[in-house]
Design a protein around this ligand. Structure first.
Ligand SMILES: Cc1cc2nc3c(=O)[nH]c(=O)nc-3n(C[C@H](O)[C@H](O)[C@H](O)COP(=O)(O)OP(=O)(O)OC[C@H]3O[C@@H](n4cnc5c(N)ncnc54)[C@H](O)[C@@H]3O)c2cc1C
Length: 274
């Protein structure tokens, strides 16, 4: 059974903007966090003021207030190839993933992902036939008494998995730096773009700085090899600058203009195929 990744925001810190504001403000104010919270609740501190304050701090190294708020996501239909990359992130994020030991797939029909590149190569039917054969042998093994933990040795990287994860805002930004980059593997890139979209639906302002590392809210330029930059949709269209040209301009005393990364540019890179 073929699957596609689906991502849903299940829950989150009830008011992440307030919590981050209080956390930041506590560090720079004579007022206690209790007083600051009371000022927020009374309307003395507006939403706009809180957002401006928080987003001014995004580029600073003062990251701990961003670790005080969490978001819990559900992910289904993601390949084990992609989930293995995702679970390598381990600071500020925690996962629970469907077990292949305690859950055995039924009816010779395990779920799996079909990359578009196999279709483009004209090998889709061969791919599906191989998955069907794996499913049959997996089922035969289970029927013959092989435990699920050993039957799973047959399952390919393509096998789909389900997981829930809880991530704090700082780690959400960090993972986006790496995984929304055009050079990241397409499936984890698409998955993280879906997580961003889910966040954006509830908190449009919080989604703005969730960009690849070259975004204007992040590092601001591309530090990948020049040859790769020139292949990226943002590099080839000169939407982002490359570090080599910034260094060259600095040596020559020239200045360069950098533009914000808008939502259509974001979509172009986040959902680009493999
Ligand atoms: C393009 C790309 C290619 C990759 N290729 C491979 C590969 O070929 N083989 C492979 O095995 N892995 C590969 N990885 C995985 C990579 O090595 C990391 O395991 C993964 O990116 C998670 O690391 P992180 O620092 O982002 O972790 P996170 O947990 O997301 O880290 C969050 C932050 O905390 C810091 N941090 C994390 N852990 C520590 C620590 N113990 N001590 C101090 N600071 C810490 C990090 O610097 C980071 O800023 C690849 C990743 C990417 C993005």
């Amino acid at each position: 059974m073929e699957t596609q990744v689906d991502v849903k925001l299940l829950t989150h810190t009830p008011d992440p903007i307030r919590v981050m504001y209080v956390a930041f403000r506590t560090c720079y104010s004579k007022f206690t966090p209790q007083q600051i919270w009371a000022d927020i609740e009374s309307g003395k501190i507006s939403d706009e003021k809180m957002k401006t304050f928080i987003f001014d701090k995004i580029k600073s190294g003062h990251s701990s207030p961003r670790t005080q708020v969490y978001f819990t996501f559900a992910v289904s239909g993601l390949s084990r190839a992609a989930s293995h990359q995702l679970v390598r992130h381990n600071t500020g994020i925690t996962f629970d993933q469907q077990s292949q030991r305690y859950y055995a797939f039924k009816d010779q029909d395990f779920p799996y992902v079909v990359p578009e590149t196999w279709e483009r190569a004209g090998l889709r039917e061969e791919y599906l036939a191989f998955m069907q054969r794996v499913g049959e042998l997996y089922d035969q093994a289970l029927q013959a008494g092989v435990p699920a933990e050993d039957a799973r040795f047959l399952l390919p990287n393509a096998a789909s998995t389900n997981l829930t994860f809880t991530v704090n805002f700082e780690e959400f930004l960090h993972i986006a730096d790496l995984r929304l980059c055009w050079r990241a593997q397409w499936e984890i890139r698409h998955m993280w773009a879906k997580a961003r979209n889910a966040l954006k639906a509830e908190f449009p302002d919080l989604a703005k700085p969730i960009q690849p590392k070259c975004g204007d809210q992040r590092m601001g330029y591309c530090d990948e090899p020049m040859a790769e930059y020139l292949k990226c949709p943002l590099g080839m269209r000169r939407v982002r600058l490359h570090k080599d040209e910034i260094l060259a301009a600095a040596k020559e005393g020239r200045t360069l203009e950098s533009t914000p990364l808008n939502e259509s540019d974001m979509a172009l890179v986040a959902t680009a195929p493999a």
